[in-house]
Design a protein around this ligand. Structure first.
Ligand code: PRP
Ligand code: MN
Ligand code: MG
Length: 180
């Protein structure tokens, strides 16, 4: 897999440090509360696992599966709810955990969804924010890194469902997806 990577953007160690920093911010934010922390499948799995263990605070964990990329490099614009959370978000402090916010469509869909369900508060923690990709307004409260407008993979982020298990985040060589 390493051969398919043009350059490493964030090393394993840089990601670890970002998780620790964000985890402490979340710990402080939710002191005395028990938020429902919702990981967005599949991209956020590793980030979710690392961030919750960096925050020494009570929380309940859940997962939601939404999809808009269907494995490609461009968002379809239509966000589909594949599998819902099992906890009730009404009246709860919801913290959404994302790997990346690009066009903002996924995040907007999620924020609207939990607002409609009557969440008490909705905050967002994303490892990567790509402001240059934004098509709809969607802001995060806790951000690991601001990324350039390149297609990134690894640490949960996929191309064609692959590369999620790279331990770092990198830019894919254009030749990998240019034949599509
Ligand atoms: C990716 C990524 C975010 C979303 C961001 O998920 O993990 O959830 O797209 O893009 P947006 O801001 O343009 O909406 P994807 O739909 O590819 O599903 P996945 O997490 O299973 O890869
Ligand atoms: Mn995702
Ligand atoms: Mg994807």
């Amino acid at each position: 897999m390493d051969n398919d990577i043009l350059k490493v953007l964030y090393s394993q160690n840089e990601i670890k440090e970002a998780c620790e920093r964000l985890g402490k911010q979340i710990q402080k934010e939710y002191e005395g509360k028990t938020p429902v922390v919702i990981g967005v499948l599949k991209g956020a799995v590793f980030f979710m696992a690392d961030i919750v263990r960096a925050a020494d605070t009570y929380m309940q964990m859940d997962f939601i599966d939404v999809s808009s990329y269907h494995g490609g490099t461009k968002s379809s614009g239509e966000v589909e709810l594949v599998t819902d959370i099992t906890l009730d978000a009404a009246g709860r402090d919801v913290l959404i955990i994302e790997d990346i916010v690009d066009t903002g469509q996924t995040l907007k869909f999620l924020m609207d969804t939990f607002a409609n369900r009557g969440a008490n508060s909705i905050k967002v923690c994303t490892l990567l924010d790509k402001p240059a990709g934004r098509l709809v307004e969607a802001n995060s409260d806790f951000i690991g890194f601001e990324v350039p407008n390149e297609f990134v993979v690894g640490y949960g982020l996929d191309y064609d469902e692959k590369y999620r298990n790279l331990p770092y985040i990198g830019v894919l060589k254009p030749k990998i997806y240019s034949h599509n």
